[in-house]
Design a protein around this ligand. Structure first.
Ligand code: G6P
Length: 608
């Protein structure tokens, strides 16, 4: 959580920092702050509770000049979200200002030590403790800031991406990371530092991703000077940034979420590009090619993930077991890491993550490696911690997802799951050639069918209008539609704050049926061919209890159409996710909720 951005160069820093913070606001948005060093060597620090726009309003009549600055948007971990706890934090002498994303786990013991040495603290944050620790090292060891940061970080347990600014040094920033992401953009006589590449897009294409436990001196007129915290010199590896500005702007939509819903047909194409070959009826997944044998002969493929990514894993498990006949387990990363799971070198663990930064998923990867398993990744963010921590992987190529509630990222993950299942089925010979070919042809047609679904989903808004004030909603589906039901329910609760549950349709009678009355809308995903009749029986059971039925049906459907209060049609295929997204979206908008930044959530959960 938390977004950090920093600038040093010839331009005015403040506008660059504010724009950068706005692009990073998906990472946290309960308070924000900025520190600038002006031409008179005055350190101006402004902080505000709330969003970046609140910070802008607060700083509007203040001195925001300076060519060097650091800024932060926060998702509180230590101390309530208020002005005092907001970053940047300033050291006791007033010389150092610091921004931090992560958690310093041993901050209480360090704080006690520093208090004994005469330091006092204004906030209840771990970050202020780190700031004063660096100052203490600098003063007691008589070293420069670069060295003080390096030494201090050796005393720290936890995760951090930090940038430090020092009075009297208008040409230098010090940064470091461990467990939290950081990217440095190298411009012409200027540097940009940020939690991810979005604040850098459009400013420079040359970037360096800092590695764990590296500290960097960023000084104007000099090359980046990188060391590990163990004092080993490291060479910066400069890469080209491939993102463009269009991909991080709203493009005429009211919200990023809607833009991202509409991007699904394109991103499915992007995810399949160069991998799916409908002429030859083959799938090639270059990133994991050298691990195909291990996958094929694995005792188990074990998926680990959190949130929406976990739902994509569940879809993957249905597909891989069904098509490739390889046993699959699906684990919540947060449980997996602590429950001492049985994993052997004959298992292949696949970590799935949009951001590539989720702390629990990273810890699960670490554990799987310790147990000797091959660990692969399915990630969206190139160069992210998870993509680097895994042995190999498949990028989902969904582009930046800004809306906090995941949408197109899920679609791209499911696309990868289908391709993975088909590739493994091909290698295993578990599907007839013509059956696999038909599947591949159908996959190739999905983007068109998705577009059709989006073009014909206008009336979802009317359904949303009808049910926007309900308190509960149930989502039911079978087979791979069950994870989609879970995901539909998750979307509704995330962005509209209506309580919603997803269930396998047949489980309804083991509990949720007790909730059904005239005020309870039930969304049925009624498209599976093999279990269609059974879902129809479930619809009847709800109808008999006066429940309201919204059914996602295939175009040719007759039975469900007759029984449902509302239907949403999709083409004869499985692209049924979009209507559920649209339903959640419209309800949230009608309820006046902040769709892109729902309360209490963060896009990238870099804490346990
Ligand atoms: C957070 C986000 C979810 C996301 C989950 C896992 O909770 O709000 O949208 O599904 O983290 O994130 P990952 O980046 O690992 O897929």
């Amino acid at each position: 959580m938390c977004g950090i951005v920093a600038y040093i160069g010839q331009q005015e820093a403040y506008p660059i920092l504010i724009e950068g913070l706005k692009r990073l606001e998906y990472r946290g948005y309960d308070s924000a702050g900025v520190a600038l060093l002006n031409e008179n060597n005055e350190l101006n620090v402004y902080k505000a509770k709330g969003k970046v726009s609140d910070l802008e309003a607060f700083a509007s009549s203040k001195d925001v000049s300076g060519h060097i600055g650091i800024a932060h948007t926060r998702w509180a971990t230590h101390g309530e979200p208020n002005q005092v706890n907001a970053h940047p934090h300033v050291s006791q002498s007033g010389n150092i200002a610091l921004i931090h994303n992560g958690i310093i786990e041993n901050y209480l013991s360090i704080r006690k030590e520093l208090e004994k040495r005469g330091f006092t603290f204004k906030s209840s944050t771990d970050t202020e403790v780190l700031t004063n620790l660096i100052e203490d090292v600098q003063q007691s060891e008589h070293v420069d800031l670069f060295e003080a940061v390096r030494i201090a970080l050796n005393h720290v347990v936890g995760a951090y991406a930090i940038v430090v600014l020092e009075k009297g040094h208008p040409d230098q920033l010090i940064a470091a990371r461990k467990g939290s992401p950081m990217v440095i953009g190298i411009g012409d006589g200027e540097y940009f530092i940020a939690s991810d590449a979005t604040p850098i897009v459009g400013r420079t294409q040359k970037v360096v991703y800092l590695e764990d436990e590296q500290v960097v001196k960023i000084k104007l007129g000099e090359e980046l000077h990188i060391k590990t915290i163990q004092d080993v010199e490291a060479m910066p590896y400069v890469q080209e940034l491939k993102m463009n500005l269009d991909s991080i702007e709203k493009a005429g939509f009211d919200h990023f979420m809607m833009k991202e819903i509409y991007e699904q047909p394109t991103i499915v194409r992007d995810t399949m590009r160069g991998r799916l070959n409908p002429e030859a009826n083959t799938v090639r997944l270059g990133g994991i090619q050298q691990y195909e044998k291990q996958l094929l002969y694995a005792d188990n493929i074990v998926f680990v993930a959190c949130g929406t990514s976990w739902h994509a894993c569940l879809v993957g498990s249905y597909l891989i077991e069904n098509l490739a006949k390889i046993p699959v387990k699906v684990e919540y990363a947060s449980e997996f890491r602590y429950r001492n799971p049985v994993i052997t070198p004959h298992d292949v663990v696949i970590a799935v993550s949009q951001s590539g930064e989720t702390a629990d998923t990273l810890a699960a990867i670490q554990l799987a490696k310790e147990k000797g398993a091959v660990v692969l990744g399915i990630c969206n963010v190139i160069g992210s911690s998870i993509s680097r921590a895994t042995d190999a992987g498949i990028y989902t190529h969904a582009g930046p997802e800004i809306g906090v509630a995941s949408t197109k990222a899920f679609t791209s993950q499911v696309t990868v799951m289908v391709m993975l299942a088909l590739r493994l089925a091909e290698l295993k010979g578990s599907m007839k050639d013509e059956e696999r070919a038909a599947f591949i042809q159908e996959l190739d047609r999905i983007p068109e069918k998705m577009q059709w679904t989006l073009d014909h989903s206008g009336h979802v808004k009317d359904i949303a209008e009808k049910y926007k004030d309900v308190r509960n909603m149930l989502y039911l589906g079978r087979l791979q539609n069950y994870p989609v039901a879970l995901e539909g329910a998750l979307k509704l609760k995330e962005i509209s704050y209506i309580h919603a549950e997803g269930y396998p349709a047949a489980e309804m009678k083991h509990g949720p049926i007790a909730l059904i009355d005239k005020d309870m809308p039930v969304v049925f995903i009624a498209t599976n061919h093999s279990t269609y009749e059974k879902v129809i029986s479930n619809i009847q059971e709800v109808k008999a209890r006066n429940g309201k039925i919204i059914a996602i049906i295939s175009q040719k459907d007759v039975l469900a159409r007759k029984m449902a209060d509302y239907v949403i049609e999709i083409p004869e295929t499985e692209c049924l996710y979009s209507p559920l997204l649209a339903l959640a979206y419209h309800i949230a908008v009608m309820r006046g909720c902040n769709v892109d930044q729902p309360r209490n959530l963060a896009k990238s959960v870099t804490v346990e």
